[in-house]
Design a protein around this ligand. Sequence first.
Ligand code: C5P
Length: 237
Amino acid sequence: MADNRIITALDVHSLDDMKKLVESLGDSVSFYKVGMELFYSAGPDAVRYLKDQGKHVFLDLKVHDIPNTVGQSIRALTRLGADLMTLHGTGGRAMMEAAAEAVRNEAEKLGIERPRLLAVTVLTSIDEACWEEIGGKYEIAETVLRLAKLAKEAGIDGTVSSPYEAKAIREMNGSDFLIVTPGIRPSFAVANDQKRFTMPRQALQDGASHLVIGRPITKADEPRDAVRKILEEIQGV
Ligand code: C5P
């Protein structure tokens, strides 16, 4: 049986490639991530296909603009029926509030369950040197927590975070807050280009509510078998 805490990243750029992967995984995966690569290539059909298959969808488009534009964009995306969507916390309080309000209103109008919104805090690709270059005032770790707190105050449901940040955010924002973490490597998988990664069980124990896992599943010789092993690793957590 699938586990809704495991989100498989569909990092492919055509509907055909996506469908092949989803078919091969069958009922072993119930939650998929559609990111910019797939969405900009295949468009809303990628989300519609997954919803038609009865899957949950994490639409990771990291929206970032002025509040009015973000509100209208999030309103449009809500109509696609994704379960989780992302925006940048650095867009500020008013931008996040506009998004939260747009989701609530549009979902109510459509009579569908409200998609949940996640804020990206500081991208994990940004190191201290880059942070200084772009004028970051506080240390990265402190900024992550400030943005996570601000997101919650603005009505956002959770954050996308490194597993290393999960514990502090969980302690600060409470048990209902969603914490979705990429950078996960099961014990059987290679690191690929992930430098700092955490095993699935550890990430959940540290407070993650969902894990985004891509290549360890999608590039495995037997993707279904990879999922099965991951589920074994997190059994009981
Ligand atoms: O293949 P892998 O498991 O590394 O894929 C992880 C997914 O999470 C990819 O879609 C990647 O873009 C995303 N991601 C990440 N690290 C971050 C943020 C997002 O790996 N810090």
